[in-house]
Design a protein around this ligand. Structure first.
Ligand SMILES: Cc1ncc(COP(=O)(O)O)c(C=O)c1O
Length: 423
């Protein structure tokens, strides 16, 4: 069977044995076989500059030799123990040293779980039930997180709108929804509901939308005033925006944060990290039966994942790593902005250099509704034109890698130029 025939056969099989023909992630018309550095190859042998990066984890590049060596060394010693292991302990230590809010760390296997436990820990600590999130904010797939993530017809704040079938109706009332970057609106909501609120959960940079100056500082001020727990979802931004995450880049320290993606080095590992008095709820000896929050996971702190994460963080800790990532991202964002002008196409390049996207709109991107205003059909077409030109990305983001080199940048800029011309 030729490689192209094999890929076609795999797509047919996938459509038979997987709902919607896929794993629920990238559209199922492509099967990826391998990756190295900043590139991936599909089963047919086509090569792509990769801005999907496994949806973010592969910040240091695919098949990084140092990460692979760390994984191989542990593989020979066994893959999982359901017990403390040295890599997991060391990784927790590195996180505590790097991340401002992190006094203690609890490992889980996915960002979804981390966010679910962070919200639960805040409820346990505060003895209140409601959580405020932002419209368009993504915090994984739990019942509480899937509220007003992507409403097609946005409603009135603070009414939450479930994004999924199968969520108990009760959960809707446990969530309040606010507009991102509108400090006056969220401050008013917090003041009105402060006695019911356990936490405010926010992506410090929401999807691709940077925080307005003073927004995160304002959230910190008003939540601290009432003792409401501020949770930064740093599953994407942790160790990506800086070694200390978005809280280091923006200079605002939450009470709890969640981490994932980069800290697992491409393996399933995520974490809740934060103030020791809140993390105490994971320890029955410190909070007693009533305050205790049981948290058990077969693969929590898995030594392979922890070894991969540690090796990745070691690479990122070296002088110049973030300067390189930001320089690559800045070059790309500037080039794309200039190309939009050259082709006379209305669009906003939004995000931070390590992670950004293009929204086809003439309206500045400040919140979810501005993104919704963008021309989604045009974005889909543009992504497809880029795919034809050897550029791999997800529907909504460019993830920049430390491994992206000058050839990757040049190919990307040429592909943008061609695709904008063809639009
Ligand atoms: C901000 C944010 N939070 C949570 C998650 C969920 O993480 P996971 O896919 O590991 O469950 C994601 C995943 O993309 C994310 O971007």
């Amino acid at each position: 069977m030729s490689p192209a025939d094999l890929e076609a056969e795999l797509v047919i099989t996938a459509n038979r044995v997987l709902p919607a023909g896929g794993f629920g992630n990238l559209a199922s018309d492509i099967v990826i076989r391998s990756g190295r550095g900043g590139r991936v190859w599909d089963e047919s042998g086509r090569e792509y500059v990769d801005f999907l990066l496994g949806s973010g984890p592969m910040l240091v590049g695919h098949a990084n030799p140092e990460v692979n060596d760390a994984v191989s060394a542990q593989l020979a010693l066994g893959t999982t123990f359901f017990a403390n292991n040295r890599h997991g302990i060391r990784l927790a230590e590195v996180i505590v040293d790097a991340v401002a809010c992190a006094e203690q760390v609890r490992f889980v296997s996915s960002g979804t779980e981390a966010d679910m436990y962070a919200m639960r820990a805040a409820r346990a600590f505060r003895g209140r039930e409601r959580i405020l999130k932002f419209e368009g904010g993504y915090h994984g797939m739990s019942d509480h997180a899937l509220m007003s993530l992507a409403p097609k017809q946005p409603g009135n704040f603070p009414q939450a709108m479930p994004d999924s079938a199968g969520i108990p109706a009760r959960v809707v009332d446990e969530m309040l929804v606010a507009p991102f970057n509108d400090l006056a609106a969220v401050e008013a909501l917090i003041r009105a509901h402060h006695d019911e609120l356990a936490a405010v959960i926010v992506e410090p940079l929401q999807r691709i939308i940077p925080p307005a100056p003073g927004f995160l500082e304002g959230l910190r001020r008003v939540t601290a005033e009432y003792g409401i727990i501020l949770i930064f979802d740093e599953v994407v931004t942790g160790f990506r925006f800086a070694y200390g995450g978005a809280q280091a880049l923006y200079g605002v320290t939450p009470d709890l944060c969640t981490l994932g993606k980069v800290i697992g080095g491409g393996f399933p590992l995520a974490a809740i990290a934060g103030r020791a008095d809140i993390m105490a709820h994971f320890d029955r000896a410190r909070v007693g039966d009533r305050g205790f929050l049981p948290q058990i996971g077969t693969l929590s702190g898995n030594p392979i994942a922890a070894a991969a994460g540690l090796a990745s963080l070691d690479i990122l800790h070296r002088p110049g790593a973030y300067e390189t990532i930001f320089a690559t991202g800045r070059t790309l964002m500037t080039a794309l902005t200039n190309l939009l002008a050259k082709h006379g196409v209305a669009g906003q390049v939004t995000g931070e250099p390590p992670m950004f996207d293009l929204v086809f709109t003439d309206r500045p991107i400040v919140n979810y509704r501005d993104v919704l205003h963008g021309d989604a059909a045009k974005a889909k077409k543009f992504n497809a034109l880029l795919r034809e030109r050897g550029i791999m990305k997800g529907d909504t983001k460019y993830y920049v890698s430390l491994a992206h080199d000058d050839a990757d940048i040049a190919q990307t800029i040429a592909a943008w130029d061609g695709a904008l011309g063809a639009l």
